[in-house]
Design a protein around this ligand. Structure first.
Ligand code: FMN
Length: 191
């Protein structure tokens, strides 16, 4: 499991020619809907986007890799092939834990995807009103929380130990490095 967690990175460049089955997206929604949920309120709803027409429409409304100042996001041939939009349902009782629940549900999606070789990236920096308009979600009952981009990765993402700056970066060959706190930095105590 730890190996799968290590592989489940944020991928931002994909093979745009390798599509995903609708059935696979349905499996990812199942991974999310079966997640733990505070008070078992299950306040999350999903929209899957797999048709090329809609995939193209969503792309301009995501903000890619804010730390990579000289990169505007993937070129056409490396764009995601599918998305899952994650919504909170304000009528769930209670709905107040939707943010926490959504983190767990999204990680279930990303782990399940990676277990089949499919990469993902969670997006919080999104143009919500545009995405809602495209997806036809107009009922204020549902608030768009996140979008997950999906596809077969074509980039190498490398975990490195924190050396003082947690900003991710790329080298001249396009390898993407993600600094993580070391074990001794996160462990406040051990009894
Ligand atoms: C809740 C959440 C929101 C994120 N939003 C974005 C985003 O809007 N755009 C983006 O390029 N990456 C986004 N990311 C990806 C993070 O930048 C990424 O997790 C971080 O750089 C660490 O890399 P890793 O996921 O490979 O460990 C988000 C990640 C999380 C968990």
């Amino acid at each position: 499991m730890l190996e799968l967690i290590k592989k489940t990175r944020s991928y931002r460049r994909f093979d745009h020619s390798r599509k995903l089955d609708d059935a696979f997206l349905a499996e990812l929604v199942d991974a999310a809907r079966l997640a733990q949920s505070a008070a078992n309120a299950q306040p999350l709803r999903y929209v899957t986007v797999n048709s090329p027409e809609y995939v193209d429409k969503i792309f301009p409304h995501l903000r890619w890799a804010g730390k990579l100042k000289d990169w505007d996001g993937p070129v056409e041939s490396e764009r995601p092939v599918a998305y899952i939009a994650v919504y909170g349902d304000s009528e769930a009782k209670p709905s107040s834990f939707a943010q926490v629940d959504s983190g767990i549900a999204m990680q279930n999606i990303c782990l399940t995807a990676m277990s089949k070789g499919v990469g993902s990236c969670m997006f919080g920096s999104i143009i919500k009103n545009e995405i809602n308009r495209i997806l036809g979600v107009t009922d204020e009952r549902y608030s768009l929380l996140w979008v997950i981009a999906l596809g077969y990765p074509v980039e190498n993402v490398v975990l490195v130990d924190n050396t003082g700056d947690l900003s991710y970066y790329r080298d001249a060959d396009g390898n993407h490095y993600v600094p993580k706190h070391r074990h001794d930095e996160v462990l406040l105590g051990k009894f």
